[in-house]
Design a binder for this molecule. Sequence first.
Ligand SMILES: [Zn+2]
Length: 302
Amino acid sequence: MLQQTLMHAINYTGIGLHSGKDVEMKLLPAKIGAGISFHIHGKKDVQVIKPNPFVVMTTELATTLGNEHTHVSTVEHLMAALLALGVDNVECHIFGKEIPIMDGSALPITNLIKKAGLRSQYALRKVAKITRPFLFEANGKTINARPYDGFYVDYTIDFPNKVIGKQRLALEITPETFDEIASARTFGFMKEVEYLHSKNLALGGSLANAIVVDDDGIMNPEGLRFADEFVRHKILDFVGDMAMFGMPLQGAFEVRCSGHQHNNQFLREIYTHSDQYLSYEELIPEKRKADIPYLGLKTALA
Ligand SMILES: [Zn+2]
């Protein structure tokens, strides 16, 4: 599998969840091996942050990346789209402190990436593969990771709320199946929204970018996009949180009742103990794998 970058640059603007103000974004193609990088444009300088589990600072409302100088919030849906669609190398330029929330899903950014197109680069994609089972449990939240050729997620949520309740969905994440989860929107509870607004937080949050749930139903007049939109969004968040590893992580993940913070703690554990649980490999295309015995036979005959 070859590395990929964007065919064309992407420019877009959207409202920030925290500030409620418009944020301008530019996604630019990047060279082989460059990876994903965030370029945070401040008044005086530009800070560059590359994803790894330890640059994730807070995970309360959304995933924030940062260093001692600056930070950028709400990166998870963009990261999920880049990982799932196979964008290895890209520069994400932010003219603000947060990524636009758009409609609360990854559908708008997914469509923008598809419209810009991808191009292959002449180097193999590097991945980190889970090599032995790893169970991470805390506070009733579980991530059970097993070796698997690909990226498979089996996710269960169980909310003490009759609108959400128990939902489960399992799927292999590929550029094709990503459509199944990309359009699932973030969700929150009416009482949380009132609390956040009272604290001057989530000023950009509204029914235009979140499903708002109360005890009896949802507040959004348009209804749900899927009957199980909630678990789909949790999978979207999980994909984005795993993308924070810094390269694609391959394995099968059975997840129960997790969230941004638990996902990040899991990632820190596996990153720190990578010598025990991971192998770093280049993804050899299927076609080339098939060529290997043939080449061996030719050598033997020669
Ligand atoms: Zn989310």
